[in-house]
Design a protein around this ligand. Sequence first.
Ligand code: CUA
Length: 413
Amino acid sequence: MRLSSLLTSTARWGRAGFALGALALLSGCDYNFWRMDGHQSTITVAGPVARSQLEVFYVTCWVTLVIFILVGGVLAYATLKFRAKNEAEEKAVPPEQGHGNPLIELGLIGASVLALVIIAIPTLKGIWYTYDVPEDRKADTYEITATGYQWWFKFEYPSEQIAGTGALTTGNELVIPAGRPVRINIRTIDVIHSFWVPKLAGKVDMMPNRANFLWLQADEPGYFWGQCAEYCGDSHAVMRFRVIALSPKDFADWVAQQTSPARNVTPKPGEETPKAQFASLRTFKQNETGITDKYEIAPLEAWKAKQFPEKGENAALIAQGKALFASKTCASCHEVRGHGAAGISGPNLTHIGARSMLAAGLIENNAEQLRRWIRDPGSVKPGNKMAKGYLDNNIKLTNEEEVALVAYLQSLK
Ligand code: CUA
């Protein structure tokens, strides 16, 4: 049997074994529980790099399980068989103790070496495989640079150059072509972060002054959760991102859309615009989640729907929001290409309306949550620079201004 097929069957039996073990321990849970699935599962994986790492995990688990059963069995046997069975035996002098049996000792050393070799072979193979894109796939590799900031991720696409501005830049949503190896340059602008998409690849640290990289691949189009996996300050735990893998055609369409300037919505002469509603915003509990079920049920479809203009756009309100984006100094930190905003310290917002999440994957990008964020970013993500910017520049927004800014940002598709 070839090693690879042995490993594949190991992985299959590994999952079956773990599911059975879990079955014995717990009951009454849902389908995803039995599959050991979840947004950030490392057991139900979706790409070759994560699969290779999972195989090493299973091999290690099975070897250590066998050792546990053997050692535990011998221990249990000796404990029960030779225990004192009555008061006389308890008081008796123990029999003469044996020392050193060369055959047993050599056997144990041999067994330990064997166990380590069994673990080492797939481990070394996995390290070799996951380190860099295999030679025969290099020509098909797509390259992206990911940079960690406190507390969000910037993604740059060096092969998608935009005249006058440089590489296509997005924030917090890494869109990749499915079925192709993606090599990601791992960088940081400040402290150490760590790039981790559990279903696609293990984590690699984003280190100052060190050019790390990793590769990953999504088998099929899909929507995946990522997370910073290295403590990096106040909001480390909420420093998340998403990976959206698209079919070749969808990916090409996305690139074409993203490399175009920000969308302009202007009132047509003589056009009646609907009267805007300026209802006050409800208050949110601390740590209240802001993601609706559609991102649980069909996340990729929900993401795709975000690529199109929102229903019932109010052109006059959007124009008002665009003016506020400049006057409230938003433009000094954020870029909106084609709208005169060229800040670089915050995420690029040229196509913010087409992203599924806000605040580094923490809340859904809809009118209510966006307004929650721009009203009080510090309550959503403690310690972030936008909250500090509001204080430093004494920025306060009225209900009307919030609604206009939300309408403008949602229009940036
Ligand atoms: Cu960035 Cu933790």
